[in-house]
Design a protein around this ligand. Structure first.
Ligand SMILES: [Ca+2]
Length: 434
C-alpha cells in the first residue's frame, strides 16, 4: 500500500491560553495501488519490438526512428502514400475479460510533417473484442482525435468507459492516403477502476474534495455542518491519472495530498518561476466557475512579474474557432488588454479576418480544441500576424497588481457549457528591462 502523509501543526492564540491546533492530515491509498499497468507493450517504441506489426507489403512506409521523439530516444514513423493505407498494429490480450462500464484512458503523442489537411487525418483505431481471438465479436471504440494538419509533438488523450466486455484489443495507428509523414510515441491504454481510500484527521473539518487529474472533481463532501475531527471515505474511482485530496478546516487551514505523488504534478518550483496550481499541472473547470489561488512572491524591487498559462475549451474534435471565456484577476483586479503580452489586442487569421483577444464582456478569447499546439498556417484560425502560432498560450504583465508576500490569482471559465482546461500556470519574477 502506498501512503503519503502531510503533518503540519500550527499554534493559535485563543484569549490568554495557547491552544495547539492541528492542521488536517490527509492520507490517500488505493486497491489495487496506482499507477495501473499500461496495456500497450513497448509503448515508447524504445525496444523496436515485434509487438508492433507494420502493415504487410508496405514495410517501406514504417520504421522506428531516432531522429525525433516525444520521450526516450525513439519514435515510430509512418510515411504517407496517397494510394496506400500504411499503419502499425499491436494486438493486446488480457488475462481475463474486463467488464463493460469500466473507466478507460487512451493517450498518445503525435507529430506530423508535410501532410495535406484536405486528405485523411492520422487516426488511432481501437477494436475491442469480448471473448478474445480473431473470430471474437467486437467493436471500434472512441479514440483521441489527432490533428489533421502539420504539428509538432502534441499530446492527444481521451477518457471514457468500456461499452462491452474487453478480452482482447487491436490497436492500429493509421496514416491512410496521405502525404508527408506521421510520428507516434508513448501510447497509453489503461482500463480499470480502483477503490480509493481517503482519510483525513484534524480538528473541526469543514470540507473534503477529491480531484482526478484527467477528469476533474470526483467527490465533494460539501460543507460539513457537524465539523468532525476525522473523515473517511472509500470510493470507486478511475484507475488512471493522479488524485489530489484537499481538506479544509474551520480555521481556514487547507492541506492536500497527491497520489501517486509524482504523476501529473505541477512543474518544479524555482526562485523566479512559481507554479500557481498546487494539485496538478492542469486544472479542469467543468462548468462556469471561478477559483482563487495564493502565490507567495519575493521582494519585487526592480522586478517585473508575469503570469503565464495555456487554456482551451474542450468538447470538440478539432480546432473549432474561439469565443470570449477566460477571466483572470490578480488581487481582485480583473486583467484587461493592457496586461496582454505583447500589449496588442487585434490579430489577423490566415483566412484574412481580424479579431480581438479581449472582449467588452471583460474576458479573453479561448480556442475550442482537444489539444494545445502551434497551428499550421494552413489552418484558417492560425494567427498569422503573430510570431507565436500557438494561440493557446497567454502571457500577462501583472507587475502593477502584485506585492511581496501573498497574492491572489483568480481564474474563471465564463463559458456556459464547454469545460475549460488551464495548464502550465506560473508566475515569473524577472529583472526589469532596462
Ligand atoms: Ca519514445
Amino acid at each position: 500500500m502506498i501512503q503519503k502523509m502531510l503533518m503540519i501543526c500550527a499554534v493559535y492564540l485563543s484569549g490568554a491560553a495557547t491552544v495547539l491546533w492541528a492542521e488536517p492530515v490527509v492520507t490517500v491509498s488505493s486497491e489495487p495501488p496506482l499507477p495501473l499497468q499500461n496495456l500497450v507493450k513497448d509503448s515508447s517504441f524504445e525496444e523496436s519490438s515485434p509487438y508492433w506489426d507494420g502493415s504487410k507489403g508496405l514495410a517501406k512506409n514504417n520504421e522506428f526512428v531516432e531522429t525525433t521523439q516525444f520521450s526516450g530516444k525513439k519514435s515510430y514513423k509512418i510515411s504517407g502514400d496517397v494510394k496506400e493505407k500504411p499503419y502499425v498494429l499491436q494486438q493486446i490480450f488480457l488475462p481475463e475479460a474486463i467488464p463493460a462500464g469500466t473507466p478507460m484512458y487512451i493517450g498518445v503523442a503525435s507529430k506530423a510533417e508535410g501532410i495535406d489537411p484536405t486528405l485523411t487525418k492520422p487516426t488511432v483505431a481501437l477494436h475491442v473484442e469480448s471473448t478474445g481471438g480473431a473470430d471474437s465479436k467486437g467493436t471500434y471504440v472512441s479514440t483521441p482525435p489527432i490533428p489533421g494538419e502539420d504539428h509538432d509533438w502534441t499530446w492527444c488523450e481521451l477518457t471514457g468507459k468500456t461499452t462491452q466486455p474487453v478480452k482482447s484489443m487491436s490497436l492500429v495507428l493509421c496514416f491512410y492516403n496521405q502525404k508527408g509523414c506521421s510520428f507516434w510515441d508513448d501510447v497509453i491504454i489503461k482500463i480499470g477502476a480502483v477503490k480509493l481510500n481517503v482519510e483525513v484527521k484534524g480538528q473541526k473539518l469543514k470540507q473534503v474534495r477529491v480531484f482526478n487529474s484527467k477528469t476533474g472533481l470526483v467527490f465533494d463532501s460539501g460543507v460539513m455542518a457537524n465539523q468532525p475531527d476525522a473523515f473517511a471515505k472509500s470510493l470507486t474511482a478511475p484507475g488512471f491519472g493522479a488524485y489530489y485530496v484537499e481538506a479544509e478546516d474551520a480555521s481556514g487551514a487547507v492541506a492536500g495530498s497527491r497520489y501517486p505523488e509524482n504523476e501529473d504534478s505541477p512543474a518544479a518550483m524555482s526562485p523566479d518561476s512559481i507554479p500557481v496550481f498546487k494539485r496538478f499541472n492542469a486544472e479542469i473547470f467543468n462548468k462556469p466557475a471561478r477559483e482563487s489561488y495564493t502565490v507567495e512572491l519575493p521582494d519585487l524591487n526592480n522586478k517585473e512579474v508575469f503570469l503565464d498559462l495555456s487554456a482551451r475549451l474542450g468538447g470538440v474534435e478539432t480546432v473549432a474557432g474561439f469565443t470570449s471565456a477566460l477571466w483572470v484577476a490578480v488581487n481582485d483586479t480583473a486583467l484587461n488588454v493592457s496586461n496582454l503580452m505583447p500589449p496588442k489586442n487585434d490579430f489577423t487569421m490566415s483566412c484574412g479576418q481580424v479579431a480581438n483577444y479581449f472582449s467588452a464582456d471583460g474576458m479573453f478569447i479561448v480556442y475550442y480544441a482537444p489539444w494545445e499546439y502551434a497551428l499550421s498556417t494552413e489552418n484558417v484560425y492560425c494567427q498569422v500576424s503573430k510570431e507565436n502560432k500557438n494561440p493557446f498560450k497567454y502571457k500577462f504583465n501583472i507587475t502593477p497588481l502584485v506585492k511581496p508576500g501573498k497574492n491572489k490569482i483568480t481564474l474563471g471559465n465564463g463559458h456556459q457549457k464547454a469545460p475549460m482546461f488551464i495548464a502550465n500556470c506560473k508566475v515569473s519574477v524577472v529583472d526589469k528591462a532596462k
